[in-house]
Design a protein around this ligand. Structure first.
Ligand code: GRF
Length: 223
């Protein structure tokens, strides 16, 4: 039997994406195991969710380190200690130094609440509304040194509705984030989607534009 495909999940807050991974694993729909959860906050809901699921956790406080590089060296040493096949940033709110990113870039993904390349950074739902966007959504991308950059693996679209507030729009986006992240992790663990130095590959060929999450929660190529 193949050994389980191991995930290290980095999270700083609520942890609903982490919970989606845990539940998909329980349901046998992830093709992977959440092997450890890592946080830059000593107390957060994500850590509580991990502990409740029996997943080992590591929390390090940036205040205990002299620099971002020193913090990241310790954090990623802890991450590597569990020998992850894939590192998933799921609401990890800390900028990661470029040295640390470079070492793991082809094994690290992030979920971001916008249709990248639109709206990197914070307050994405308010910004999508202010820009008059008719479509908004979420993206999973390979992590590169600049914030919310790196090739986009897949996106989930949500229509912006009349009368939307950032909260209402954000809640609909979050509901699509969960199957999007689960779908990407599963596709990577099954070898259908791969992150290579030469670029992303989908079912053996170069991925030229991000995949899309369809209504059946499956990833598909955009025609
Ligand atoms: C999500 O919107 C994710 O896209 C962003 O941070 C939020 C984390 O939510 N990077 P949660 O902690 O997974 O509930």
């Amino acid at each position: 039997m193949r050994p389980p495909f191991r995930l290290a999940v980095l999270a700083s807050g609520r942890g609903s994406n982490l919970q989606a991974l845990i539940e998909a694993q329980r349901a046998g729909k992830l093709g992977a195991e959440v092997a450890g959860v890592f946080s830059d906050r000593g107390h957060c809901k994500a850590l509580e969710r991990a502990r409740a699921a029996g997943v080992p956790t590591v929390a390090l406080s940036p205040a205990d380190f002299p620099s971002r590089e020193a913090f990241d060296a310790a954090m990623f040493a802890a991450v590597e200690a569990i020998q992850p096949d894939l590192i998933v940033c799921a609401g990890y709110m800390r900028i990661i130094s470029s040295n640390a990113v470079t070492r793991v870039s082809h094994r690290m993904i992030n979920i971001h609440p916008s249709l990248l390349p639109a709206h990197p950074g914070l307050h994405t739902h308010a910004r999508a509304l202010a820009a008059g966007d008719r479509e908004h959504g979420a993206s999973v991308h390979q992590v590169e040194a600049a914030v919310d950059s790196g090739p986009v693996l897949a996106r989930a679209c949500v229509n912006v509705l009349p009368g939307d507030t950032p909260e209402r729009l954000g809640a609909r986006v979050l509901a699509r984030e969960h199957p999007l992240l689960v779908g990407c992790v599963r596709a990577i663990s099954e070898g259908r989607l791969s992150l290579r130095p030469s670029g992303l590959q989908w079912q053996g060929t170069d991925l030229r534009q991000p995949l899309s999450l369809n209504r059946r929660d499956e990833l598909e190529e955009v025609p």
